[in-house]
Design a protein around this ligand. Structure first.
Ligand SMILES: [Fe+2]
Ligand SMILES: [Fe+2]
Length: 250
């Protein structure tokens, strides 16, 4: 697994950990935000990729500096590493959708410190920086949140923006090559059509997120959209019909 910086201003930093070593499980990105020596890990990943994620984390922050973890929804590629992280650092506070708490507990570590995020969202302060938990329900899980850092203009979008890319992929969609977005989004189309269930939820999310100032839109699979590619993605997603299994199989 590789690490790449996303944002840096003084001691306020974001990293992506990407291109995992194990290809029998879905390729997943993990993100770290650090401020003033305090870190939060976002969607820390599955049980099987934990050794690779942990090694990559040690390249960017000391694991002991991780104060909090954010879990966008209940899926195994998001949170099944929870008991392993908790065994390494039981001071981590887990911010998880309140609706999914009892489900996520099934991964283990019953004593882990949980903070349930209510449906309306919330916030957390890490090293003096405020991160907002933005509701993204039904995209794709019924309780689902994203994270916005207004100062860094980083928006962690969970499974929204995901693309199924081959091993060796880059961390960012190339913003200098106008063809790169179109080539990339072909790998995102099926994922959104099939895993995203609700056109109504998608429309509502696109309207809300278009009003935010975003420089980096960071998905949990695939590559980061930066600069003008953020708006390109929002336009593309707004125009896509999702929930494809309904029309295809009924
Ligand atoms: Fe998911
Ligand atoms: Fe995912």
């Amino acid at each position: 697994m590789k690490s790449a910086p996303v944002f840096e201003q003084g001691d306020h930093r974001w990293w992506t950990l990407y291109d995992q070593n194990e290809h029998r499980v879905i390729d997943s990105n993990v993100y770290i935000m650090e401020s003033g020596g305090n870190a939060i890990i976002l969607d820390p990943g599955g049980f099987e990729i934990f050794p690779y994620v942990f090694t990559a984390v040690t390249e960017v922050v000391p694991p002991s500096s991780i104060r909090a973890a954010f879990v966008s929804h209940q899926d195994p590629d998001i949170a099944s590493s929870l008991p392993l992280w908790n065994a390494c650092n039981d001071k981590i506070r887990w911010h998880v959708p309140k609706l999914w708490e009892g489900f996520i507990r099934h991964y283990g570590a019953l004593d882990a410190e949980f903070s349930g995020i209510p449906d309306e969202g919330g916030e957390v302060i890490i090293g003096g920086k405020k991160l907002l938990f933005i509701p993204a329900h039904y995209l794709h899980a019924s309780a689902n949140f994203h994270v916005y850092d207004p100062e860094a203009k980083v928006y962690f979008s969970g499974d929204v923006g995901a693309a199924l890319l081959s091993p060796g992929h880059s961390a960012f969609v190339d913003r200098r090559d106008p063809k790169a977005f179109d080539e990339h989004i072909a790998h995102a189309k099926y994922f959104h059509q099939r895993w995203m269930p609700s056109n109504e939820a998608k429309r509502d999310w696109c309207q809300r997120v278009s009003q935010l100032d975003i420089e980096y839109l960071c998905p949990q699979h695939g590559a980061i959209y930066e600069g003008e590619n953020v708006q390109r993605f929002l336009n593309w997603f707004d125009g896509l019909t999702v929930g494809s299994a309904i029309t295809r199989y009924l």
